[in-house]
Design a protein around this ligand. Structure first.
Ligand code: SF4
Length: 376
C-alpha cells in the first residue's frame, strides 16, 4: 500500500500563518519539476517495488503547475514505480487557480481528488490571513469542479482565527455544508514563530485565541458535521461514507510512503528521510545525482510514540495488543493509573484491546498521546 507525496514548493503569496516550505519565485517551477522527475528516478528503490496506491500533490500550491508538468510527473511515476489499477490522485488547489479549462485539464491529466484550500468564507478574515482568494471565488471554484465531474472534493477550514467568534465559525460550517463536499479537513490555527502571525504575537499585535474557545469550536464542528452525515475518521478529518482520504489514512496506518521534492519526508517502517527545505540546494543536488536528505533511524520508542500519536486520533484507534506484540511494550500495565483516570473521566473507551478517544477525549487528543509517550 505505498504512497507518493510530491511537494510543490511555490505559492503566489505568503499566508500570514504558514510555515510550510514554499517560495514565491514561481518563475522557477520549470527547473523544480525537472528535479522532481529526476528524484523520482533516483528514489525508485525506496519503496522496494511496493504498489503505489495513492499519489498526493501537496505544497505549497500544486495548482500553480501547468497541467503538462503534472502529466510529466505522473508519467514518470508510472515509468519508475508499479502503480495500482485505481490509484487515488489528489491535488491541493487554491480556489483562485481553478478556471473551467484548468479543471478540465486536471481531470484529463488523471487527478481524481481535489483538496481546496478555502479556509474560511469570511472575506475580512481571508484578507487578515493574506489568502489570495475571496469567498465568492471559493464557492465558484467548488461548483465548477463539481460541474467538471470531480466526484471527490475535500475542503480545508481553519478555526480559532483571532476575530472569529462562535457565530462566525457556525457561518463557515454552514457555508461549507451548503457546498456539500465529500470531505472536510479542519485544523485549529497554530501561531508559528517564523511567520507574520508569529511576529505579530510576539509584538502584541495579535492575541492568540484561548484554548477553551478553540476546544468549543472543535466540539461544535464535530456535532454539526456528525449530524450532517460526516464520519470523523481522524480528529481533524471528516468524510462522507466511502470518502476517507486513502493517502492520509495510509500515513495513520503506518504504511510506507515516499516524499519527493524539497522539504518532503519519507517513511519506510524503520527510518524517516527529510529532504532539504531549500529549492536551489535541492535542484543542484538532484541534478548532480544525489538526493539531499537527512535520515533518522527510528528507535523502538520513536515507533511506539508515533503509533500512539497517529492512531489515537483515528476512528480505528490504538491497538495495545499490536504495541505489545510488535514492540514488546505493555502500554496498559506501564500506564495503569493514567488509563484508569482517562476511563473514569470518560476520555477514552477500551474494548477488544483498542483505545478509542471519546468526543471529550478528542478535544485533548495530542495531550493524551504525549502523556502516554515512552520516554527515552
Ligand atoms: S497557499 Fe498554502 S502553502 Fe502557500 S502560503 Fe498559503 S497556506 Fe502556505
Amino acid at each position: 500500500m505505498g504512497g507518493i507525496y510530491l511537494h510543490i514548493p511555490f505559492c503566489k503569496q505568503a499566508c500570514h500563518y504558514c510555515d510550510f516550505h514554499f517560495s514565491v519565485h514561481t518563475e522557477e517551477t520549470g527547473l523544480l519539476v525537472k528535479a522532481i522527475i529526476k528524484e523520482l528516478e533516483l528514489q525508485k528503490e525506496y519503496l522496494n517495488g511496493e504498489n503505489i496506491h495513492t499519489i498526493y500533490f501537496g505544497g505549497g500550491t500544486p495548482s500553480l503547475l501547468r497541467e503538462e508538468e503534472l502529466e510529466e510527473i505522473l508519467h514518470s511515476i508510472h515509468t519508475f514505480y508499479p502503480v495500482a489499477k485505481y490509484p487515488e490522485i489528489t491535488l491541493e488547489a487554491n480556489p483562485d487557480d481553478l478556471s473551467i479549462q484548468k479543471l478540465e485539464n486536471l481531470k484529463l491529466a488523471g487527478i481524481n481528488r481535489l483538496s481546496l484550500g478555502i479556509q474560511t468564507f469570511n472575506d475580512t478574515l481571508l484578507t487578515y490571513l493574506n489568502r489570495a482568494h475571496n469567498s465568492a471565488t471559493a464557492r465558484t471554484s467548488f461548483r465548477r469542479a463539481r460541474d467538471t465531474g470531480f466526484a471527490n472534493i475535500s475542503i480545508d477550514l481553519i478555526y480559532s482565527i483571532p476575530g472569529q467568534d462562535q457565530a462566525g465559525w457556525a457561518y463557515d460550517i454552514d457555508q461549507a455544508l451548503e457546498l456539500n463536499p465529500d470531505h472536510i479537513s479542519s485544523y485549529s490555527l497554530t501561531i508559528e514563530a517564523r511567520t507574520v502571525f508569529g511576529h505579530w504575537a510576539k509584538t502584541g499585535r495579535l492575541q492568540p485565541v484561548e484554548d477553551d474557545l478553540a476546544a468549543a469550536q472543535l466540539e461544535f464542528l464535530m456535532q454539526r458535521l456528525e449530524s450532517s452525515g460526516y464520519e470523523q475518521y481522524e480528529v481533524s478529518n471528516f468524510a462522507k461514507p466511502g470518502f476517507y482520504s486513502r493517502h492520509n489514512s495510509n500515513y495513520w496506518r503506518q504504511e510506507n510512503y515516499l516524499g519527493i521534492g524539497p522539504g518532503a519526508h519519507s517513511y519506510n517502517g524503520v527510518s524517516r528521510q527529510f529532504n532539504v527545505r531549500n529549492n536551489p540546494l535541492y535542484v543542484k543536488s538532484v541534478e548532480a545525482g544525489r538526493v539531499p536528505a537527512e535520515m533518522e533511524n527510528l528507535t523502538t520508542n520513536d515507533r511506539i510514540n508515533e503509533y500512539l500519536l497517529t492512531t489515537l486520533r483515528t476512528s480505528w484507534g490504538c491497538n495495545v495488543e499490536f504495541i505489545r506484540t510488535q514492540f514488546n511494550y505493555d502500554l496498559l500495565q506501564e500506564n495503569a493509573a493514567y488509563i484508569k483516570q482517562l476511563l473514569d473521566q470518560k476520555m477514552i473507551t477500551l474494548n477488544n484491546h483498542t483505545i478509542l478517544l471519546t468526543r471529550m477525549g478528542k478535544l485533548m487528543a495530542d495531550k493524551i498521546a504525549s502523556d502516554l509517550f515512552v520516554l527515552a
